[in-house]
Structures are given as structure tokens and as C-alpha cells.
Design a protein around this ligand. Structure first.
Ligand code: GLN
Length: 487
């Protein structure tokens, strides 16, 4: 039964819980056992707190027993370790925050608690969410459940590995340039980045504030839509939160693909940056979509080619400012000065990893008086042009589609010495962050035995449409895989 529990979707678990076929405690125990036996090899979780998990499960069961329990009461979820959890360590996978315990919960955490969902623990990530492989974690890299020698993607690699490896039915990630969708693609699961402003960032430790968004990983689109429903909706504590109701999962119907119009930017398909196996797999998906009655046009969005370089100017500029607070005084552990540098420099120099320091330096440089016009302002102009081009395409099409990643899961260590190759991986995902569009990565096939996601991006704030298209595609082609079934 325990194995069976951990392979269920969140909706299936919810139904069994509400029908009293299983109890919230049984579910929590099944997951805690799975974590105990598999986390050493997967490296998905940085922190677990079995006592709290079991206690919340008991409280959830009381809600269920009282009748009328909210959606997903008793359903477990894993949380990326850059989302603040009151009294539970939130490290950002950094030595600097190794012992940091927030004194408040992020809004998404408050909302899942209100629904009686059960937190399993905090998941691994690239340090401060900077990376695409989970290898910049200061502690250990998470591994891909499809092949333990490969990366689960990043930065939310621990969350993706937890869901694909049956160590959680759901997980939160954060996505600044692709950190939900790329790991979802690498791990063969669904990853959803809501529109900017749909999901409160209150309590998310900021990386690039104009790009960051929290979103779910799930085993299917329905689960992602339901958890999005629970956590989205206006939050007065967050200035960029849209005054809109939560994403309405009941509006998401299994629609026909007939008549849907999709655009594929040639810059994300007909380019050498996309691996051949990925192209073949995606082409197969396009043929299937056409057979199902969708129209597909290849379009040009020329500025997408500048997306990665533009992103690395804007994201690092914002990061250099956001990370200023981690100085060992306001936040973080402290390293005593050795007399050569002051205490703040000693702390930041010693406790930030190399990737984080490089980005802070780059961000500080592009914001400096001499470079501001040439880099930062120029990047903002390109961003505006890019968004204009994408808005134009989305006015004519139901969605922009592409592979979610130009590559499938690579070997751990393979790209460590090639920072450009590591950054190009975000080619397909960055455009959605630039424009604040909702975007989903949905498993669409395999290349060399490794899963690949297709990305569906719709108009800003039309999250329901993105989810509905993904749901219809998932249903039409039966797109749910699990590493265990394929072994
Ligand atoms: N790989 C990208 C980066 O390192 C995106 C990370 C993210 O979305 N958090 O910036």
C-alpha cells in the first residue's frame, strides 16, 4: 500500500482521503518512509521535519473527519528551500543561510496550511536559485530519478526530483528564467509558472524581482491547476500581486485541440541550439497536434535570440541588489574578519559560492555609472521590444509552443566548465519571464530514453487558458510517465 500511495497523483490521493479510504497520517508516513529510503541517493530534500509533518497530518485528518474539508487537505507537498517557512530552516542551499529560520511563513505556505496540506520538507536548489543543474547547491547536487548520474535540472532540481522520484506528489518551485519548467522537462513531470503577479512572492527569497514567480510541480496538469488555485489570488502584502481572484481550476476543461492555433518561434525550433533528438521528439508532437486538428505556424520573434544575454544583465542587476541584505549582520551567519577585509566582505567572500559571487559582480558592474546605459538600459529596451513582439504573436494565436528545453538531462559535471552552455539551456524558458506570461512544461516524449517537455505559453494573466490547453494535450495523448514504470 505504501508504494501505491506514493505513486498516486494528488487528485487521486485527495479522493481517497476524502472518501476515508486512507488517512492523512498513512499518507504522510508512506512519504516519510520513501524519503528515508531514497533521499540519500536522490538528494532531493535538504531538510525534513517528520514530527511537524505527522502533526499536520493529524490536524488535516481532523478537518477531514469533521466533513467539508478543503481541497487537498491531507495531501503532502515539498517546498523549495528559498520559500520562507516559519521556524523551519530556509537555506537557499547557501552556507550563508545554513542556519536561517524565518520568523514568518510565505503567503503560499500560509495558503497551503489553511487548506490542511501537509509539508514534507524543504528541497534542494542551486544556491539562491542561480543555476540550471542544481550543482551550485552548497550542500550536494540533487539527482535525476530517470538516471542518477544525470542532473534533474535547476534551479528547482530538488523539487522536480522529489515529484518524479515519488518522494512528494506535489512541490513548489520558483522560476526566474526557467527554474520550474526546465527541471520539469528533465524529470518528465508537469511544471507551471503562473503569470507574473498571479502568485504572491511574499516570503520568496528574491533573486530577480521583475522575473521571479512561484509555481507548482505535479504529476499531471489537473494537480498543478488545483494547487495553483489554492495559492494564487491577490495578496495585499505584495506590491506586484494582481488584484485578481485565484486561478479557477473548475474552468479548465478537457477541450478539443481542433481549431487551436499555435505559433512556434523559429528561434526556438529551427536553431542549432536545439539538440537533434529534442527536435525529432518535438516534431513528432507537432505532427500529433496537427493530426488532432490544431494549426501550427512557424513564426519569427527575432529578439528571442537576444533573450539569454538580456536576461543575464537584468537578472544579475536585480540579484546584486536583492542579495545585499545577506551580509552576516541583517541576515546570515557571520565570518570574523581576518584583518585584511571587513567582516561583511569576509562573510560574503567566504560563505557565498562562486556562481553567486560572479553574478553579484556582474550585476554590480552592469549597474555601475559607466556601464548603466550600455548594458542595463539597453537590456531593458530589448526586453520591451521582445515583449511587444510576443504580445503581437499572442494576439493572433492561442499559444506560443516550443520545446521547454533545448536539451534533455545532461550528466552531472558535464557542463560545469562551460558557463555559456549552462546558460543557453534557458533559451526557451526566459521569454515567458521577460513578459510575465504564464507557461507550462508538459512531458511530450523521449529523446535517447530521457524525458522532454513541451512548453505552452499564453497571454499574460490568461493562466486558465495555458492550463486548459496543457490539460487537453495531456488527455489527448496520454502524456503521463514515471521512471518506475519504464524501468
Ligand atoms: N538558470 C537560470 C539562472 O541561473 C534560471 C534560474 C531560475 O529560474 N531561478 O538564472
Amino acid at each position: 500500500m505504501a508504494n501505491e500511495i506514493t505513486s498516486l497523483t494528488a487528485t487521486e490521493l485527495n479522493d481517497k482521503l476524502q472518501n476515508r479510504e486512507i488517512s492523512a497520517t498513512e499518507v504522510a508516513k508512506a512519504y516519510l518512509n520513501a524519503i528515508e529510503s531514497k533521499n540519500d541517493s536522490l538528494g532531493a530534500y535538504l531538510t525534513t521535519h517528520p514530527d511537524i509533518t505527522l502533526q499536520t497530518a493529524e490536524e488535516a485528518q481532523k478537518l477531514i473527519d469533521a466533513g467539508d474539508a478543503p481541497l487537498f487537505a491531507g495531501v503532502p507537498i515539498a517546498v523549495k528551500d528559498n520559500i520562507s517557512t516559519k521556524g523551519i530552516k530556509t537555506t537557499c542551499a547557501s552556507k550563508l543561510l545554513e542556519n536561517y529560520e524565518p520568523v514568518f511563513d510565505a503567503t503560499v505556505i500560509k495558503r497551503i496550511k489553511k487548506n490542511g496540506m501537509v509539508m514534507l520538507g524543504k528541497t534542494n536548489l542551486d544556491e539562491f536559485a542561480m543555476g540550471a543543474s542544481n550543482e551550485t547547491s552548497a550542500f550536494f547536487p540533487a539527482k535525476n530519478p530517470w538516471d542518477l548520474t544525470r542532473s534533474p535540472g535547476g534551479s528547482s532540481g530538488g523539487s522536480a526530483a522529489a515529484v518524479a522520484g515519488n518522494l512528494a506528489p506535489l512541490a513548489f518551485g520558483s522560476d526566474t528564467g526557467g527554474s520550474i519548467r526546465q527541471p520539469a522537462s528533465f524529470c518528465g513531470i508537469t511544471g507551471f509558472k503562473p503569470s507574473y503577479g498571479r502568485c504572491s512572492r511574499y516570503g520568496l527569497i528574491a533573486y530577480g524581482s521583475s522575473l521571479d514567480q512561484i509555481g507548482p510541480f505535479a504529476k499531471c496538469v489537473e494537480d498543478a491547476a488545483k494547487v495553483a488555485h489554492i495559492v494564487t489570488g491577490h495578496d495585499h502584502k505584495e506590491d506586484t500581486s494582481q488584484p485578481l481572484p485565484p486561478i479557477d481550476y473548475t474552468k479548465i476543461k478537457d477541450g478539443s485541440l481542433k481549431g487551436l492555433k499555435f505559433a512556434i518561434p523559429s528561434e526556438l525550433y529551427e536553431t542549432n541550439a536545439i539538440e537533434d533528438g529534442v527536435k525529432t521528439c518535438f516534431k513528432n508532437m507537432l505532427d500529433n497536434l496537427q493530426k488532432a486538428g490544431a494549426t501550427i505556424d512557424v513564426v519569427h520573434i527575432p529578439t528571442i535570440e537576444l533573450g539569454v544575454s538580456t536576461y543575464y544583465v537584468i537578472a544579475t542587476a536585480e540579484a546584486s541588489s536583492n542579495l545585499a541584505r545577506f551580509d552576516g549582520i541583517r541576515f546570515g551567519s557571520t565570518v570574523q574578519s581576518d584583518g585584511h577585509v571587513n567582516q561583511v566582505a569576509a562573510t560574503r567572500g567566504k560563505l557565498f559560492g562562486r556562481e553567486v559571487k560572479e553574478r553579484i559582480m556582474m550585476g554590480t558592474y552592469v549597474l555601475s555609472a559607466d556601464s548603466f546605459e550600455a548594458y542595463y538600459i539597453k537590456a531593458q529596451k530589448i526586453r520591451a521590444v521582445m515583449v511587444g513582439e510576443m504580445d503581437g504573436v499572442l494576439d493572433k494565436y492561442n499559444a506560443i509552443i516550443s520545446p521547454a528545453s533545448p536539451v534533455t538531462a545532461f550528466k552531472i559535471g558535464e557542463k560545469n566548465n562551460d558557463p555559456v552552455a549552462m546558460k543557453i539551456i534557458d533559451l526557451c524558458t526566459i521569454p515567458a519571464n521577460m513578459g510575465g506570461y504564464p507557461a507550462i512544461s508538459l512531458p511530450c516524449g523521449f529523446s535517447n530514453g530521457l524525458p522532454l517537455g513541451m512548453q505552452i505559453m499564453t497571454k499574460r494573466l490568461d493562466d486558465e487558458k495555458a492550463l486548459e490547453i496543457a490539460y487537453s494535450i495531456e488527455r489527448e495523448f496520454n502524456l503521463k510517465f514515471s521512471p518506475e514504470e519504464r524501468k
